[in-house]
Ligand binder design. Structure first.
Ligand code: GDD
Ligand code: MN
Length: 360
């Protein structure tokens, strides 16, 4: 018998949830012919081995174990691509998604001719269950932000619970950016044609075992995903952040200079040198928190990074000054010479710091 639907289940440290989720799927899917592919990023708790043990006696179960990688979206993508059934669902391992609606989701694809079905927490009849209030606020904010950019009216674009026609997925999968946590949003953004989407409400359950992996790096990646999709072709979002930090740095520099020179009455050259160091340190810290959040430097790496940032930016300042001066001597107006010098200095700083200070 051919398998009609594959349930892709990304896992990271979900050992305790594996048997319960398989039992839940068996109960809910009944006579439908299905399989489940777990995609595990080499969880320290041995989730993959546990799944493989079960798979020895259960032909419906299989496991893709990835080494040296992390990432929810890419895990989902690999699971979907490994499936050869006509319909594929993505679902969390932690039992927060209500498997009872899976047959309805499948029905919407096979009988009602929808391309994509989304489990929604925000439709009438759905809900967030007993999620902590902080998480609800983050989730609502992320949802609002995501919807701003979508052409389709959909109540829960952040859902991690959906089912899709494999044929359609194959058509768009090369357009996905696969960064971060939000594969559904990625699919929605990458779908330029009008597709038929149905939402089915469900109440999100709370997690019984293990911990959520949604944390600030995930939120950061999410914002970068949105930025990259919408203006990434014009300015890479990381560069935009870098320039923003640089602009803040100019403000820090000038106010420190004012304080040292005008109020503490330190001589100008010392005041200027000290303000430069303070502004550079400020920029380094802000870049480390925001621009390069995914490669954040800590402890010894932080000190090493700060030194390499000082050196790179000093060279940047030199290039900036020499180039601006060269233009100025060619009779280019001072403001344009200064501006072009600053732009070239920033590009240098960005390029060099992206390669030596924060490297992937
Ligand atoms: N392979 C792999 N790699 N799996 C991962 C990774 C990873 O890096 N990170 C998380 N997972 C798995 C978890 O093991 C779990 O099965 C599922 O992905 C969801 O992770 P959770 O950590 O439980 O996420 P959450 O409950 O905080 O977030 C859920 O709600 C969001 C909406 O607020 C998820 O369903 C999200 O997809 C959803 O958008
Ligand atoms: Mn969860």
């Amino acid at each position: 018998m051919i398998t009609e639907v594959t349930i892709v289940i990304p896992t990271f440290n979900e050992r305790e949830n594996v048997s319960p989720i398989i039992n839940a799927l068996e109960r809910s899917l009944g006579s439908i012919s299905w399989e489940a592919i777990f995609v595990d990023d080499n969880s320290p708790d041995g989730t993959a081995e546990h799944v493989q043990n079960i798979a020895k006696n259960n032909p419906r179960i299989s496991c893709i174990k990835r080494l040296g990688r992390r990432g929810l979206s890419s895990a989902c993508l690999e699971g979907i691509l490994a499936s050869s059934s006509p319909y594929v669902a993505v679902m969390d391992a932690d039992l927060q998604h209500d498997e009872v609606i899976l047959p309805d989701m499948l029905n919407a694809l096979t009988q009602e001719n929808y391309t994509l079905v989304v489990g929604s927490r925000y439709l009438e009849g759905g809900g967030m269950g007993s999620l902590v209030p902080g998480r609800i606020t983050i989730s609502r904010f992320a949802t609002w932000l995501g919807r701003l950019f979508l052409k389709t009216e959909i109540s829960d674009p952040m859902s991690g619970f959906f089912m899709i026609q494999k044929e359609y997925f194959n058509k768009i999968c090369e357009k996905l950016s696969v960064k971060g946590f939000k594969i559904l949003l990625d699919i929605l953004i990458s779908s330029d044609t009008e597709i038929r989407i149905k939402e089915i409400p469900y109440v999100m359950r709370s997690r019984l075992w293990g911990d959520s992996k949604l944390d600030t790096p995930v939120i950061w990646e999410y914002c970068m995903l949105i930025a990259d999709k919408f203006f990434g072709r014009i300015i890479p979002p990381r560069f935009a952040l870098f320039v923003t930090v640089g602009t803040i740095g100019v403000g820090v520099h000038l106010s420190t200079l004012f304080f040292l020179y005008k109020i503490l009455l330190i001589d100008f050259i010392s005041a200027q040198a000290l303000s430069t160091i303070i502004a550079m340190t400020n920029n380094f810290i802000l870049n480390n928190i925001f621009t390069y959040r995914d490669m954040r430097l800590r402890r010894f790496q932080f000190i090493r990074g700060l030194m390499s940032f000082y050196i790179s930016c000093s060279i940047g300042a030199l290039i900036n000054t020499l180039f601006a001066n060269y233009l100025f001597n060619l009779n280019v107006p001072w403001i344009i010479s200064g501006f072009i010098g600053a732009v070239i200095g920033s590009i240098w700083n960005y390029a060099i710091n992206s390669t030596i200070t924060w490297k992937e």
